[in-house]
Design a protein around this ligand. Structure first.
Ligand code: GLN
Length: 543
């Protein structure tokens, strides 16, 4: 039977619980265990798919088409375990399912209540599909004490009671702030947070204490005494130099040892060679490149979390540091001088995914700059669509646009209402719901034999990548785009949907309808990012 590790957060939000869960899972995996990480989000949206990136950061898409919390990206990147639909649940989804059952009459006259109906649904979710696992790590979003997270904590309390202490472990992440005026680290917020937990019937087993200064032995002993845990179970978690240093750091502080001790298990020391290697690549680069990312949500790095990581992975693959300049596409609507001033110092230009018309002319202008100045260019999803609109305009279709931006006579990019998936024909109407109705999840693409992209994928003829979009490049514009030198080098297996475009007469110019950043891992940098950074490095040597 799988053992359960529940990860809660106290004192403040943004303590990096997701990273902590991913790091602990990676450490257990490095000791030979099979792991899976799940995220419980207490908000009422059914999934984060309809939320603004400013509210919630990036929406991470799984192979099976779930729109999930960005922490699932950390989980996949750190463990290599593909997340799926069942790995992220929200209060909204729990209530939606319960209310649908109630309307069907499935509860046979019972009063439907938080306990037991909501808590049972949460417990079922935690325990579903766990047969072949050694550990299931469940991270609870939010901070203990929030009204919204109460049913989740209650469900986990029940689960501990049912499965026993030997099969469940509560790890509580807290903050030990440094008060400069007193020159001291303060343990009181941690004590209060643990008291809040015990008030809900849960005694944490391990405390992970985030701090910006080393935690003195005396403070560690004090936390142990007041919070009713062993001193060794108070794990200091100092701010790390990079996210890739976190698993190694937690191991040095004894986190995985303490978890195994709790479960009464022994295991060989973890094999952390691959973590040492990526940290070395990250900390000792042999060069650097600067990439300009021209987007809309540039004020909030979390909005492009996976993209940021994938660029770093591309740097690791080439042993170079990647400086990312986030550029607001709207700035480019001021004119060409602004574009040249901002983009000339860049060794590569990337137009990422996005929604809506705002900033689109600036993105198109960046594509044109990359095309004409022969600067390496990668367009992702909306970025590929912008590359096609730019190409069509250059080929004489002056009004080329996307129907996403309003009615147009030249729909180079248009809404699709029908497409083939593994499950068969998918159909949508333009007026339908916005939630969960895009082309989502993994789809195959067939690559042209002697294309640049096929060479990057090691000669592959078929690839699988993750999608999240409502609009598609209109294959009817193939000839027009070719006139401007832009060719379709990857198509959907039925030959109807352009998935990849490239410019054979350009050193490195690729647009993809999917999101390659979602599958990049530090140990397995995505070939498009490894190739893009390599090209940027060549560009850096030229300028
Ligand atoms: N807005 C575009 C569409 O829906 C692109 C989406 C994206 O970049 N993820 O097709």
């Amino acid at each position: 039977m799988a053992r359960y590790i529940f990860i809660t957060g106290g004192v403040v939000s943004s303590l990096g619980k997701g990273l902590m869960a991913a790091s602990l899972a990676a450490l257990l995996q490095a000791r030979g265990f099979r792991v899976r990480i799940r995220k419980f989000d207490p908000y009422l949206n059914v999934d984060p798919g309809t939320m603004s990136p400013y509210q919630h950061g990036e929406v991470y898409v799984t192979d099976d088409g779930a729109e999930t919390d960005l922490d699932l990206g950390h989980y996949e990147r750190f463990t290599g375990v593909s997340a799926h639909q069942g790995d992220n649940i929200t209060s909204g989804r729990v209530y939606r399912d319960i209310i649908a059952k109630e309307r069907r009459g499935d509860y046979l006259g019972a009063t439907v209540q938080v306990i037991p109906h909501v808590t049972d649904a949460i417990k079922d979710f935690a325990q579903s599909d766990t047969d072949d696992l050694d550990f299931v790590l469940c991270e609870i979003g939010g901070t203990v004490g929030d009204i919204e997270s109460l049913p989740f904590i209650e469900a986990l309390r029940q689960l501990r009671n049912e499965l026993g202490r030997d099969n469940t472990c509560f790890v509580h992440v807290t903050l030990v702030p440094y008060i400069a005026a007193a020159g001291e680290l303060k343990t009181k917020p941690t004590q209060h947070s643990v008291r809040e937990m015990t008030g809900l019937g849960v005694q944490p087993d391990i405390l992970l204490c985030r701090c910006e200064k080393p935690l003195p032995d005396g403070e560690r002993a004090k936390i142990a005494l007041f919070c009713n845990v062993r001193k060794e179970a108070v794990i200091p978690a100092l701010d790390a130099s990079s996210i890739y240093a976190v698993p190694l750091q937690y191991h040095r502080e004894g986190l995985d040892d303490e978890v195994l001790r709790h479960f009464g298990m022994t295991a060989p020391a973890p094999d952390l060679a691959r973590w040492d290697d990526i940290l070395d690549r990250y900390e000792h680069p042999e060069g650097e490149v600067t990439i300009g990312v021209v987007g809309k949500y540039v004020g909030l790095p979390d909005a492009y979390k996976s993209l940021n990581e994938a660029l770093v992975h591309g740097g690791m693959a080439n042993r170079v540091k990647v400086n990312i300049r986030w550029i607001d596409a709207e700035l480019f609507e001021k004119g060409d001088d602004e574009i040249a001033a901002r983009l000339e110092p860049m060794h590569g230009i990337l137009v990422p995914g996005g929604f809506g018309e705002r900033g689109s002319e600036g993105k198109i202008a960046s594509v044109r700059f990359a095309k004409e100045r022969k600067v390496p260019f990668l367009g992702i999803c909306l970025g590929m669509q912008m590359a096609c609109i730019e190409g069509a305009r250059a080929a004489g279709h002056a009004k080329a646009s996307s129907t996403e931006f309003g009615p147009t006579d030249e729909p180079v990019v248009g809404i699709i209402t029908e497409w083939m998936s593994k499950e068969g024909l998918q159909q949508r109407s333009a007026e339908g719901d916005l939630g969960g109705t895009m082309r989502l999840g993994a789809y195959e693409a067939c690559l042209s034999g002697n294309s640049h992209v096929s060479a990057l994928y090691g000669g592959a003829t078929t690839i699988s990548e993750r999608h999240r979009h409502r609009y598609e490049v209109n294959a009817a514009y193939r000839d027009a785009l070719e006139k401007d030198g832009l060719v379709f080098s990857g198509m959907s297996p039925d030959g109807l949907l352009p998935e990849i475009v490239e410019r054979p007469d350009h050193p490195w110019f690729i647009g993809v309808q999917f999101h390659p950043e979602l599958k990049s891992k530090p140990f397995e940098p995505h070939p498009l990012f490894a190739g893009f950074i390599k090209a940027a490095l060549q560009q850096a040597r030229l300028v």
